[in-house]
Structures are given as structure tokens and as C-alpha cells.
Design a protein around this ligand. Sequence first.
Ligand code: ADP
Ligand code: MG
Length: 247
Amino acid sequence: MSNTDFVLAVEDLTVSFDGFKAVDKLNMYIDKNELRVVIGPNGAGKTTVLDLICGKTKSTAGSIKFKNRELTKLSEHEIVRAGVGRKFQTPSIYENLSVYQNLEVSYPKGRGVFGSLFFKRSDEVMAQVYKIAKEIMMEDILHTEAALLSHGQKQWLEIGMLLMQEPELLMLDEPVAGMSAKERDQTAELLNRICQNRSVIVIEHDMEFVKKIAHKVTVLHQGKILAEGAMDKVQANEKVIEVYLGH
Ligand code: ADP
Ligand code: MG
């Protein structure tokens, strides 16, 4: 494929596990500052798509271009450095460190040519910690130990740890699972803010939440796209109702 303006262009992406195609010739295009939600029944291949994009799983065939750069040949670390952040279902924060320290340790190491000038770096890091803490609604609890946070706050902290790297594409797998109604609303607001200067892919089951955040929805079923488009259109799609929403 020739160069495009899409942040992410996935083409004919396929992975088979012992002959079973978990993702089957998938095509998906994500715009700059787009918030895309991926829905679909359990086992549809949603998590596997994120695993392929972040390099955790290697594809069998097809291409993943991030800002026109082929990701399928890169390692997980190279993909992070290229600007792709991914949050897994269970939060991986440091429970015995403070909110501040969790954010601080997530600052990319050796960024920029002045990375060795310690005094400059520490100012930069501090400014970035405050900026992100505000974004994730935790500026007033910077010195709280992470172990004491609510389930929702732990999820936000992990999103903040990813934001410390300023990813241009952020991927979140079921971010509101286990959250209270209020935390879900706050997470919707958070995601609406953070997609203002990056693209975001969210896997989610909670349709009330999806409605609040999705620019477009992709419905996966058996590793393939069943439907794609605006939320109301997808919700009215008979095939989607049959395999997913009707249950
Ligand atoms: P979803 O996130 O939509 O629920 P997954 O992407 O987790 O679905 O899984 C899609 C299918 O691929 C499932 O049948 C799952 O068992 C299978 N699968 C996922 N990862 C692997 C793997 N590493 N090895 C073998 N099978 C896998
Ligand atoms: Mg999954």
C-alpha cells in the first residue's frame, strides 16, 4: 500500500494458532485523533488484534502500518518507542510506590539528545508528571501509595503511565470493567480528552459507555469485521444484533 494519512492502517492481517484463524484478513483504518471502539462476542479476536498491533503476537500474514511504518517486523520495545501504548485488562502498577513515583518511572528513558543532562531531565520529568496527573484526575493524591487507590483510580493511573510516553496511538482493553457508574462516566470524559491529540482504540462491552466515547465502532466476529461505522448504524445492524447485541 502507498503512504496514507491514516495513523494506523491494518491490511489483510491474519494470525493462525494451530490452523485456527483468530484474526482473518482484517482491514482497519484509524484516523488521527480518532477514538475507535472494537466490540464483539467473547473469542471474536479483539484482544488478539491489540496483541498483534503491539507486537506481543506475531502475525501469520498481512501488514500493520503505523504512520506508514511497518510494525509487523518490529519488536514490542521498538513498537512502544515508535509511539504505540497498550493497556492490558489487569492493571500493572507498582502498588508500593506513590502515584507520583508510578508516573515518574514511566517517563521514557534516554529521550532526546539532552537525556544525559540530569538537572534538565528532572525538571522535564516533574512537569510531565504534573501534567499527566491532572489529566487523570489525580493531581490531589500524588503522594498516595498506589495500593490504597480505588479500582478505578488504579486503571486511570495505568493510563497515566502510558500517557507519560506521549503515545500517538493508545490501546485499551476493557478499561471500565469492574468500575462504578461514576468512575465509568469519569473514564468516558478522560478518554474524550485524551483523544484530542492522539488516536485511541478501545475494546469494550459496556454499550452505554461505548455510546459516550466512540467516533466509530468496529464489530468483530470470528476474526473478521461484521460491521463498522457510527454507533447508531452498527446498533441497528441485523447481523450485529443476531451475533452480539441480542444476547
Ligand atoms: P476476544 O478478546 O475477542 O474475547 P481473543 O482475541 O482473546 O478474543 O481470542 C480469540 C480466539 O483466539 C479465542 O478462540 C482464543 O482462544 C484464541 N487465542 C488467542 N490467543 C491465543 C494464543 N496465543 N494461542 C492460541 N489461541 C489463542
Ligand atoms: Mg479480550
